[in-house]
Design a protein around this ligand. Structure first.
Ligand code: DGP
Length: 114
């Protein structure tokens, strides 16, 4: 059995507040929300991060971004704007080694990020 926490969330072995789900993708509220809306969009298939996506994953990557846009609409942040971020590796600040896109919105976000 995988020890990956997001694989366990995808398998419903660990509960989460699901915002969107289809065959390949799960979106759920971040446990440590940094904005009024903070949702994580993950592939159900384990990929450590974007760099580990192969040519065969291109469709999946598109589905993840489409899901992000759906989440933005369903959580009512699409009109005012939002941010989609994926952290990669140590310098990127990635803490969970399972590809995920953060969807952040519901307040004015600053730039550049820290
Ligand atoms: P990152 O630092 O980019 O790897 O983001 C990982 C995010 O995952 C972080 O914002 C907190 C969130 N997170 C970690 N563990 C859990 C969990 O068990 N459940 C949920 N819902 N979110 C989690």
């Amino acid at each position: 059995m995988s020890s990956c926490i997001f694989c366990k969330i995808a398998a419903k072995e660990i509960p989460s507040q699901v915002v969107y789900e289809d065959n390949d993708v799960l979106a759920f509220n971040d446990l440590n929300a940094q904005a009024p809306v903070h949702v994580l969009v993950i592939p159900k298939k384990h990929l450590s991060h974007l760099d580990h996506a192969a040519a065969e994953d291109e469709l999946l990557l598109g589905r993840l971004l489409s899901a992000a846009a759906k989440v933005a609409k369903s959580t009512a942040i699409a009109e005012t704007g939002y941010r989609v971020v994926t952290n990669i590796g140590v310098d990127g600040g990635q803490s969970v080694s399972h590809l995920h896109f953060h969807i952040l919105g519901g307040r004015q976000l600053s730039w550049p990020p820290g």
